[in-house]
Design a protein around this ligand. Structure first.
Ligand SMILES: [Zn+2]
Length: 150
């Protein structure tokens, strides 16, 4: 077992890059079982005119393409904000082993609130979940972003 290393800093830098593009600042990173980063992404819903272009979805797509597989067993996903129901479902479909997320999302979150996708009876796979990782930094980015748009 290699020592645990958080990749939330990398996810936060993706969130900052998203904000610089005028996108809601959320970033995600997928880490392979050997500890290497296989994908990193930030929100691109506006740029791509795509409501599904959330950071998690883009990172999962890139990681699956790299792996040549629709599933990513043993992989970890880091994301700065609690995943929405769409992303939580995709994380489940991808068989992600561990989910690390930052700030809670009372408005759109689907993990600890709302539909609670992973504890729903229809959930086929639930990752281990670790929340509150660098939550203040992630929430601060979102707050600054939305304050700047007013
Ligand atoms: Zn989402």
């Amino acid at each position: 077992m290699s020592p645990f290393r958080s990749h939330m800093d990398l996810a936060l830098s993706e969130a900052r890059a998203a904000a610089a593009r005028g996108e809601v600042p959320v970033g995600a990173v997928v880490v392979a079982p050997d500890g290497s980063v296989v994908a990193r992404a930030g929100n691109r819903t506006r740029e791509m005119n795509d409501p599904t272009a959330h950071a998690e979805i883009l990172a999962l797509r890139a990681a699956c393409a790299a792996a040549g597989s629709e599933r990513l067993p043993g992989h970890d996903l880091y994301v700065t904000l609690e995943p929405c129901p769409m992303c939580a479902s995709a994380i489940s479909q991808a068989r992600i082993a561990r989910l690390y997320y930052g700030a809670p999302d009372p408005k759109s979150g689907g993990v600890a609130q709302g539909p609670r996708v992973f504890s729903h009876p229809q959930s086929h796979h639930a990752p281990e979940i670790y929340d509150g990782i660098a939550a203040d930094a992630a929430a601060g980015l979102l707050k600054a972003f939305f304050a700047g748009r007013r």
